[in-house]
Design a protein around this ligand. Structure first.
Ligand code: 5GP
Length: 182
C-alpha cells in the first residue's frame, strides 16, 4: 500500500493521475457522503453514498478507516485493498492526515507519503485560483492545510511538489515503480 496525503491545492490529484496510468497501480476509490462536484464520476472519483448508506457500511465493517472531513464522511473500503494486494499490485490510497494516522496506528503496512506545496503563499494562490470553493469553505481548507502541514513529520517521506515531473518520479521510486522495473 502506498498512502498519499497532503493539503488541498498541493497538486496531489495531478500526481495521482500520473501514477495510476501505470497498470501495476490500483487507486483506492473511497466512499463519501459529500455532494458530487461537476466532472466527477461515481465509482471512479468516489462512491457517493447517503449518510444512511454510509452508516450501514460502517456497521458491516466494510471500511479499513473512515473519518469526518469538512462535515462529510469519507471511508476507505477494505475489499478492493485486499484484492489488489493479493494480486501483487500497488494499492494507492489518498486520504487526509486523520485517516492516515488511523491506518498507521492500526499497523497497516505501507509507504506513507506527504505531498507538500512549495510554500503557503503558493498553496493559497492555487486554492483561490481553483475557484471551486466558497470563501467560508476556502478559509476552512486553508486552516486545515496549515494544521496538516505540521503533521508531515509523522510520514515516512515528504515530497515537495515544486516541479510536477520530479515529484511524480520521486513518488514512483518510493512506491517501487521505477521505469522499466516490474
Ligand atoms: P475532497 O472532498 O476534496 O475530494 O476531499 C477532502 C478530503 O477528504 C481530502 O483531504 C481527502 O484526502 C480526504 N479523503 C478522501 N477519501 C478519504 C478516505 O477514504 N478517508 C479519509 N479519512 N479521508 C479521505
Amino acid at each position: 500500500m502506498v498512502l498519499i496525503s497532503g493539503p488541498s491545492g498541493c497538486g496531489k490529484s495531478t500526481i495521482i493521475q500520473q501514477l495510476i496510468s501505470d497498470e501495476r497501480v490500483e487507486f483506492s476509490v473511497s466512499a463519501t457522503t459529500r455532494p458530487i462536484r461537476d466532472g466527477e464520476v461515481s465509482g471512479k472519483d468516489y462512491y457517493f453514498l447517503t449518510t444512511k448508506e454510509f452508516r450501514a457500511k460502517v456497521e458491516e465493517g466494510a471500511f479499513i478507516e473512515y473519518a469526518e472531513v469538512y462535515g462529510n464522511l469519507y471511508g476507505t473500503l477494505r475489499a478492493p485493498m485486499e484484492e489488489a494486494i493479493a494480486g501483487g499490485r500497488v494499492f494507492l490510497v489518498e486520504i487526509d492526515v486523520q485517516g492516515a494516522l488511523q491506518l498507521r496506528a492500526l499497523g497497516e503496512p505501507g509507504v506513507y507519503v506527504f505531498i507538500a506545496p512549495p510554500s503557503f503563499d503558493e498553496l493559497k494562490r492555487r486554492l483561490v485560483g481553483r475557484g471551486t470553493e466558497s470563501p467560508e469553505v476556502l478559509e476552512r481548507r486553508l486552516k486545515k492545510a496549515e494544521d496538516e502541514y505540521r503533521e508531515r513529520v509523522k510520514y515516512d517521506h515528504v515530497v515537495i511538489n515544486d516541479d510536477l515531473e520530479r515529484a511524480v518520479e520521486e513518488v514512483r521510486n518510493l512506491a517501487g515503480l521505477q521505469e522499466g522495473v516490474s
